[in-house]
Design a protein around this ligand. Structure first.
Ligand code: NAI
Length: 328
């Protein structure tokens, strides 16, 4: 075993937090040889609830859990952080304009970016889950100039996993038979789940499906609108599956992706695939030795090009909007 890794979770008293913390404590975030110290950040009104969760974490008697500290101050919460999971965000409430939403989230992600800049460990890795995740990640990143820009990522792994599950179901194979799934663009309804480079039990997935109608009118909207489907069925938004995806995102970033496969992560664009540099957009990535790389050289046909461009356009508009608000 090694020294404990500091994991900061914001929004720790929320529903994703409740599903996430126990899995981190059990060793699923980093692996079974890595002790973790949890640092929970909440707003003052929710600190008591976070303390309740900490009591339950204690009752889990997790061998790898080296401690739990609770904060209502970002500067303290991110002191020495190695892995930052930014889950807490301001949800869109009825009648709220996009500008108001971005501004409210700027009020959260700007100080958190500054706190990460001031106190994080040199190897810090940041995952933004709170929506609008890609643009919140951009805001935090722009206030952390001393942290390498590529350490700021946004979660599209839930979309990736949803796409794996839907495709496996369609083809009557298991999810582990599917490789090289890709989510492109924004974590929003414009995202593009791409099966043209995916493989299902060794065959090209789009050829195995052989049904463009299904891809366009069933698969893509089903994956992109799955969040709404969950809310409709459950009466609450995705929480355990979102927590699961956050675990997958960090686990793979730290431990690497398997040979012959890749995952989807929202990462700062280096200009690959025509995505303007600096936008935090979802790409296919491989991970190794704690670093990720955007998969290069994929052929993008006209259909995929149109879908990617539409989602990237939305990301550019969000970036312009937060620029105008002085948030980046
Ligand atoms: P929730 O409302 O149950 O919990 C959010 C928590 O964040 C609350 O306890 C709140 O007190 C806390 N919080 C608010 N402002 C904070 C701040 N400045 N610092 C620390 N904590 C703060 O929400 P839930 O269901 O846990 O979802 C959290 C976020 O994750 C939402 O923005 C949601 O839209 C997003 N999400 C993203 C997904 C993705 O795939 N990227 C999937 C599912 C949810």
């Amino acid at each position: 075993t090694q020294a404990p890794v500091n994991v900061t979770v914001t929004g720790a008293a929320g529903q994703i937090g409740y599903a996430l913390l126990f899995r981190i404590a059990s060793g699923q975030l980093l692996g079974q040889n890595t002790p973790v110290k949890l640092r929970l950040l909440e707003i003052p009104q929710a600190v008591k609830a976070a303390e309740g969760t900490a009591l339950e974490l204690e009752d889990g008697a997790f061998p790898l859990l080296a401690g739990v500290d609770i904060f209502d101050d970002a500067k303290q919460a991110f002191e020495g952080v190695n892995v930052a999971l930014l889950v807490g965000a301001r949800p869109r409430t009825k009648g709220m304009e996009r500008g108001d939403l971005l501004e409210a989230n700027g009020g959260i992600f700007k100080p958190q970016g500054e706190a990460i800049n001031a106190g994080a460990a040199d190897d810090v890795k940041v995952l933004v889950v709170g929506n609008p995740a890609n643009t919140n990640a951009l805001i935090a990143q722009s206030h952390a100039p001393d942290v390498p820009a590529e350490r700021f990522t946004a979660m599209t792994r839930l979309d990736h996993n949803r796409a794996l599950a839907q495709l496996a179901k369609k083809l009557g194979v298991t999810v582990s038979d599917i490789k090289k799934m890709t989510i492109w663009g924004n974590h929003s309804a414009t995202q593009y789940p791409d099966i043209f480079h995916a493989e299902a039990a060794g065959r090209n997935a789009a050829e195995a499906v052989n049904d463009q109608q299904w891809i366009e009118n069933e698969f893509i909207p089903r994956v992109a609108k799955r969040g709404a489907e969950i809310i409709e069925a459950r009466g609450a938004s995705s929480a355990a599956s979102a927590a699961n995806a956050a675990i997958d995102h960090i686990y793979d970033w730290v431990n690497g992706t398997p040979e012959g496969d890749w995952v989807s992560m929202g990462v700062p664009s280096d200009g690959s695939y025509g995505v303007p540099e600096g936008l935090i957009s979802s790409f296919p990535v491989t991970c190794k030795d704690g670093k990720y790389e955007i998969v290069q050289g994929l052929e993008i046909d006209e259909f995929s090009r149109g879908r990617i461009d539409a989602s990237v356009r939305e990301l550019s508009e969000e970036r312009d909007a937060v620029k105008q608000l002085g948030l980046v």
